[in-house]
Design a binder for this molecule. Structure first.
Ligand code: PHE
Length: 453
């Protein structure tokens, strides 16, 4: 497909909201608040902001530059800017990483929907053990998780086949404001609970004593994951940006929105948990075991409000997961239809079916097919590990080296549109971070994750 036929996002707001939809996901709601709470509250938040500024933002900008310059899928965009050299395979790695994540991300998005359903049908009632059993029985069940995965994937498919403007942009413009309103309402409800101030203090009073090198590395990794970097998503969406889009401003706006959502999620989780004296823990168990219990107890005198809050929370989580999933799906769809010269519908169908297969295998590996494991880990966790801890840092590192040292400077500079006299300053700063700061940071995180340092 030639550039002239290619669609763009219809408006700046649509472009920002769609890209922010990719960034705002499960990582903001269940990972960030816990990391902040564990690692020194406000101290972590400040370090995190620093990481977004020195690592997340430049890397996002780097992907924007490659994507908009190429105006094509991630693989082709890397190919175009590298003049067809072997660097194009970094783009391919991005597509592959995005594709592999789509399957298990869809499974977790399906879990969120199950909890919306369980809230409506009154199943989320019981003691703490009940919630733990409920989650393990459900996630290991051979049918229900697959059913919800199917539902999520079909919704994603419908959005994708409606195209960039009619599907992705339109739904992002509806879902992102809804997500934001829900979140603000929940912050108010949680902060009005008795003892909520303890939770607010936990999040906002800096405890510098907890800050170790691990905290810095955790914050760096989180900034990368939360901004959806090195998975093809940012590059693919940037390929639909217009030439008038100011890439730096967009990257700033998207990271600000992403960070805001993460902090607001903390302002729901900690005040609610502290008001009932429950210590929040991390990951899936925080969201699917601890929080239903917290909501039930915190609003014990007004069960209806408890149900409404729980419904809003899982609704919000489902929306956040759905918008990220849409961006992941689009990475592979754009790749297939542009590279294989097939229709968008056919490309989307291939992605949908393969996502279903990968998702089903991942989901079953937690229960009936627990034999499906590598190095003692269920396939589900293997996908998470390989994509998040291996492919993602490798892709990010190579992209920085590529932009900093290989791509001709003028090509990169030409993408700094709409900056007037400041263009040169920003460009020099960007080049310095791409050449030195980001590759070193990513390398250190990578080696740390692998336990080498
Ligand atoms: N950024 C998303 C989150 O915070 C995760 C994600 C990564 C989604 C890559 C899409 C692509 O949850």
């Amino acid at each position: 497909m030639s550039n002239t036929e290619r669609v763009n996002f219809g408006s700046k707001l649509g472009a920002i909201l769609a890209t922010a939809g990719s960034a705002v996901g499960l990582g903001n709601v269940w990972r960030f608040p816990y990391m902040a709470g564990e690692n020194g509250g406000a101290a972590f938040i400040l370090i995190y902001f620093g990481c977004v500024l020195i690592l997340g933002l430049p890397c996002m900008l780097g992907e924007f530059i490659i994507g908009r310059h190429g105006a094509s899928n991630t693989y082709r965009a890397y190919s175009k800017i590298s003049g067809g050299s072997s660097w194009k395979y970094i783009g391919f790695l991005g597509v592959l990483t995005g594709f592999l994540i789509t399957g298990y991300y869809a499974v977790v998005a399906g879990w969120c929907l199950q909890y919306v359903f369980a809230t409506i049908t009154g199943q989320l009632h019981g003691d703490p053990q009940y919630f733990a059993d409920y989650f393990s029985n459900f996630s290991m069940d051979p049918f229900m998780p697959l059913f919800w995965t199917l539902v999520v994937i079909i919704v994603t498919h419908v959005v994708i086949i409606n195209g960039v403007r009619g599907g992705i942009e339109k739904i992002s413009k509806m879902l992102m404001p809804t997500l934001f309103i829900l979140l603000v309402m929940m912050v108010v409800a949680a902060c009005l609970l008795p003892n909520a101030s303890k939770g607010i203090a936990f999040l906002f009073v800096p405890d510098w004593g907890k800050v170790t090198s691990d905290v810095f590395l955790g914050a760096l990794g989180q900034s990368f994951y939360s901004l959806s970097i090195a998975m093809g998503c940012i590059c693919t969406f940037a390929s639909y940006f217009s030439r008038q889009t100011n890439l730096i401003k967009s990257a700033l706006q998207i990271s600000a929105l992403d960070s805001l959502v993460a902090i607001l999620a903390g302002l729901v989780i900690f005040p609610a948990a502290f008001s009932v004296g429950v210590q929040p823990n991390s990951g899936a168990s925080l969201v699917f075991i601890t929080l239903p219990n917290v909501f039930q107890q915190a609003f014990g005198n007004q069960p209806l409000i408890g149900v409404i809050v729980s419904l809003m929370f899982y609704g919000l989580l489902s929306l956040a997961a759905l918008t990220s999933l849409i961006s992941l799906h689009e990475v592979s769809t754009a790749f297939l239809y542009e590279e294989l010269h097939i229709s968008r519908k056919k490309g989307a169908l291939i992605v949908t079916i393969s996502t279903l297969v990968i998702g089903s295998i991942c989901s079953l590996s937690l229960g009936n097919w627990s034999g499906l494991s590598f190095f003692g880990k269920p396939l589900f966790e293997v996908f998470d590990f390989v994509t998040g801890q291996i492919f993602l840092p490798i892709g990010g590192f190579l992209t920085c080296i590529f932009l900093g040292w290989i791509v001709p400077k003028q090509v990169v500079k030409d993408e700094f549109t709409n900056w007037g006299t400041l263009k040169g300053t920003f460009f020099n700063f960007f080049l310095f971070t791409m050449r030195f700061v980001c590759p070193v940071c990513i390398l250190v995180i990578f080696l740390h994750q692998l336990g080498v340092i």
